[in-house]
Design a protein around this ligand. Structure first.
Ligand SMILES: NC(=O)c1ccc[n+]([C@@H]2O[C@H](COP(=O)([O-])OP(=O)(O)OC[C@H]3O[C@@H](n4cnc5c(N)ncnc54)[C@H](OP(=O)(O)O)[C@@H]3O)[C@@H](O)[C@H]2O)c1
Length: 239
């Protein structure tokens, strides 16, 4: 039986975040879900629990580009559940903008930074005192293999993900003595909307979001003495 935790999960509207949230709900955790459009959450167990079991699932408006929304979400979670013992960063955006970007594309690079790096940073900063108070906090971040190596002509996306890896390392250092353990999950292609235009790997051959949810469920069970910092998940052979 997993010890129930109060988990903040971003990006739970779809894809990896949604799979992780559904699995965490089934495992008995209390969930605080930050989504851009709470009224647009698709039908399913998360929406049903948010409506029928508010003591289990809280839905909050959260846009990763807005630090004030991160603070409001954390405050609402503390008011509803009294504490936070886990933070799972799944919100993220992809871009194919390359090294020699066109005039005007710098806005897309800045948007990536705001969502993929500053979003998790602002949110972690806001939730940090609660994670410290927990004494056994967990931070799980969906980074990417693009936070480990750069492939092809991509530049903007891997730059944001390398920076996110650095944030994970900083949080690991800062949180260690308070019992906070940080894990950076680094998959290659995962079968979600983000990878829907990929043709090099078929959807079936990609890592499935449910498998990352099973991995996350296991991470949440591990004691502080056994939590891995970094997990590379490959669906094709690479370093
Ligand atoms: N799919 C892959 O191949 C892959 C591989 C490695 C790493 N990752 C990483 O895994 C994470 C989840 O990706 P995914 O595959 O699940 O992608 P996805 O299906 O495109 O889902 C992205 C999620 O991020 C949310 N989001 C986007 N912009 C946001 C913003 N400004 N504020 C708040 N939420 C925002 C989306 O919410 P809305 O519904 O509101 O748009 C959605 O819930 C990302 O960090 C991604 O970089 C993905």
């Amino acid at each position: 039986m997993t010890q129930p935790r109060t988990l903040l999960i971003s990006g739970a509207s779809r894809g990896i975040g949604r799979a992780i949230a559904e699995r965490a709900l089934a495992d008995g955790h209390r969930l605080s879900l930050g989504v851009r459009n709470p009224d647009g959450l698709p039908a399913g167990p998360l929406l049903e629990a948010a409506r029928l079991s508010p003591e289990r699932v809280l839905l909050q408006a959260y846009d990763a580009r807005d630090p004030a929304q991160a603070s409001r979400w954390v405050a609402a979670t503390l008011s509803q559940f009294g504490g936070i013992d886990g933070l799972i960063h799944c919100a993220g955006v992809f871009s194919r903008v390359g090294l020699l970007f066109e005039a005007g594309q710098e806005a897309e690079i800045e948007a990536l930074w705001r969502v993929n790096l500053m979003g998790p940073w602002w949110l972690s900063r806001a939730a940090w005192p609660a994670l410290v108070a927990s004494g056994d906090g967990r931070v799980i971040t969906l980074v990417s293999m693009s936070g480990q190596r750069v492939k092809g002509s991509l530049a903007a996306y891997p730059c944001s993900k390398f920076a996110l890896m650095a944030l994970c390392q900083s949080m690991r250092n800062e949180g260690w003595d308070a019992g906070i353990r940080v894990t950076a999950i680094c998959p290659g292609w995962v079968n979600t909307r983000m990878a829907s235009e990929v043709t090099a790997v078929s959807a079936d051959a990609m890592t499935q979001p449910e498998d990352l949810a099973a991995l996350t469920a296991q991470l949440l069970r591990l004691p502080a003495s056994a939590v891995p910092f970094e997990l590379k998940i490959n669906c094709v052979l690479e370093g």
